[in-house]
Ligand binder design. Structure first.
Ligand code: PEP
Ligand code: MG
Length: 588
């Protein structure tokens, strides 16, 4: 089968976007144009009637949203459905409602005109916000505005489409996405939106392939066109030719076949051909993934990125909210363990409030932010100690760069436990404490750091960016983001050797662990614990089961001696050929 790059080279019917939800689908297009809301600023006579009609519209909008919320809860679980309860809360906001009613009384204009004007003010503020997160939330606010206006104008909501089509739209609100899923839509393509847009989050939760941020798909694609959506790589092929159809049909067959084979893997041991055990843990970004993780028999959760809770809720959860989330996860994974990572706020991730930094990646991020904002950190530590009553919760600290930071964390854990004693909350007095190794200084000081903690986990995503000095999100320098560079391999080798001397376990939870091509090398370097995204668990297990540990050790030795990345890649490719390791879903 020829490669994707060859197909792309010979194609002039491709639209590129962001790969927002994985999967490959071929189908007919339903071009969706959201009904344009138009409002005029006509004067009114009867103010009371206008206010009644506004209030009625609010009640109807709430009813619609609560139906959507219920549907979302069934399909995506409680936490994800929060997107909609947050929208419902806006409809209950007394200040907003009061302001709109006051303006209708004073200005004597149609209620839809005032609603549009008032809510657009918020929306405009969000559109110009520097925070990407806020920009994307502007779409949610727009949805509420249009929902109220449509109801004031007594228009009906059109959400039914022919089942089994691919929806192509300028943008989609989370509510559209949920409602279309009822019609068994096959995939979504949108001009706007990014990886963190709610539409993308909802599509991933519903397992519907999506390509977003295509800029002009709605202008290039026509109603009824046949398209191929490649949600793995972010491409859309419009009216594909024979050879493109053949290529992607083969991919779909391969995907189905791999999925089928994967099911058989669930109950098989995770060990190499020569009987060497490797544990595969799951990285959890959203709580709903837990059922998938448990069903696929992960060894446990190796990384729970708690900053995602803030991303989803749009605000910091308090101690009790956190306790609820953590203890639910801990009991679902019990008797296996969950490693909860402290909020990794800052860098390119969620920010609690605006603080300007010239170099956010080198700034107040991870543990640095938490030690500067102790009350936030203390709440999280207390919630985690409370969730650890069955002793299967581990606590992990991101972005550690000095031993001093670890000592401070240990002291805060002690204070948190004392406070919980006074408050009489059941909790565990001690907890297994680990740190992420993702900063060069931590990699070099593993010996000293390992003495202070129970375990280490390597965050290769950051470690590579800091060692190679390449911003992990900047594509102009992405050719230097080399996970196979000897500098990276030698650092990994140093970390695992030093940790072993201190008798401390070390795992890898960065994306490198989920890269099938890297797995033989990692196993050969001696790593026996990998933590990967839930969808990569079985493909990685399959690779481990098809390689020989002895051969992997030889591969690692050869690669450690290389002086450039190309030679390492050559050795790795030869290894895959010689060992006849099958293709997997993550390298489709
Ligand atoms: C990493 O840096 O490899 C890691 C796992 O953390 P994150 O991707 O959340 O920064
Ligand atoms: Mg990291």
């Amino acid at each position: 089968m020829k490669g994707l790059s060859e197909v792309l080279k010979n194609s002039d019917n491709v639209i590129n976007g962001v790969a927002a939800a994985p999967g490959i689908v071929i189908g007919k297009v339903h071009l969706y144009h959201r009904e344009l809301i138009s409002v005029d600023n006509q004067d009114i006579e009867d103010v009371d009637e206008a206010i009644d009609s506004f209030r009625e519209a609010i009640v109807k909008a709430k009813k619609e949203l609560s139906k959507i919320f219920e549907l979302a809860r069934q399909k995506m679980g409680e936490a994800r459905a929060e997107i909609f309860s947050a929208q419902m809360m806006i409809l209950d906001d007394p200040v907003l409602i009061g302001t709109i009613e006051d303006r209708i009384r004073k200005e004597k204009k149609l209620p839809e005109y005032i609603v549009n004007d008032e809510i657009s003010k918020f929306q405009d503020l969000m559109v110009v916000a520097e925070e990407f997160y806020l920009k994307e939330r502007a779409l949610d606010i727009g949805d509420i505005k249009n929902r109220i206006i449509r109801n004031v104008q007594k228009k009906r909501l059109i959400s039914k489409i022919t089942p089994g089509v691919i929806v192509v739209s300028e943008s989609l609100t989370p509510a559209d996405t949920i409602l279309f899923s009822k019609s068994e839509v096959k995939a979504f393509v949108t001009d706007r939106g990014g990886l963190t847009s709610h539409t993308a989050i909802v599509a991933r939760s519903l397992d519907i392939p999506a390509v977003v941020g295509t800029h002009d798909a709605t202008h290039t694609i026509n109603q009824g066109d046949l398209i191929i959506v490649d949600g793995f790589n972010g491409h859309v092929f419009v009216n594909p030719n024979e050879s493109q159809l053949k290529f992607f049909n083969e991919k779909i067959t391969l995907m189905l076949q791999i999925n089928e084979e994967m099911k058989d893997l669930v109950n098989k041991p995770c060990q190499t051909l020569d009987g060497h055990d490797v544990s595969v843990f799951a990285n959890l970004d959203v709580t709903e993934e837990i059922s998938h993780v448990v069903a696929n028999k992960a060894h446990g959760i190796g990384l729970y990125r708690t900053e995602q809770i803030i991303e989803e809720l749009g605000e910091l959860p308090d101690e009790n909210e956190q306790y609820q989330i953590y203890s639910k996860l801990a009991s679902k994974i019990y008797p296996r363990t969950i490693t909860i990572r402290a909020f990794d706020i800052g860098g390119d991730k969620v920010k609690i409030w605006e603080f300007k930094e010239a170099n956010p990646f080198l700034g107040l991020r991870g543990i640095r932010f938490l030690l500067e904002n102790e009350p936030i950190f203390m709440k999280q530590i207390k919630a985690i100690l409370r969730a650890n009553i069955h002793h299967n919760v581990h606590f992990m600290i991101p972005m550690i760069s000095t031993v001093k930071e670890v000592l401070k964390v240990k002291q805060l854990i002690k204070v948190a436990s004392d406070e919980l004693n006074v408050e009489k909350y059941p909790h565990s007095k001690s907890i297994k404490l680990g740190i992420m190794i993702e900063v060069p200084s931590a990699a070099l000081m593993v010996k000293e750091l390992a003495k202070e903690v129970d375990f280490l986990s390597i965050g290769t995503n950051d470690l590579i960016q800091y060692i190679m000095a390449v911003d992990r999100g900047n594509d102009t320098v992405s050719n230097l983001y080399q996970e196979f560079h000897p500098a990276i391999l030698r650092t990994l080798h140093h970390i695992i050797t030093e940790a072993a001397l201190q008798n401390k376990p070390v795992s890898i939870c960065g994306e490198m662990a989920a890269d099938n091509q890297a797995v033989p090398l990692l196993v050969g370097l001696g790593f026996t614990s990998l933590s990967v995204s839930p969808s990569a668990m079985l493909p990685i297990k399959r690779t481990i089961r098809s390689l020989s540990f002895e051969a992997a050790k030889v591969l690692a030795e050869k690669c450690l001696a290389c002086d450039n990345e190309d030679d390492v890649i050559k050795h790795v490719s030869e290894f895959f050929e010689n060992q006849h390791i099958p293709r997997t879903r993550t390298i489709l």
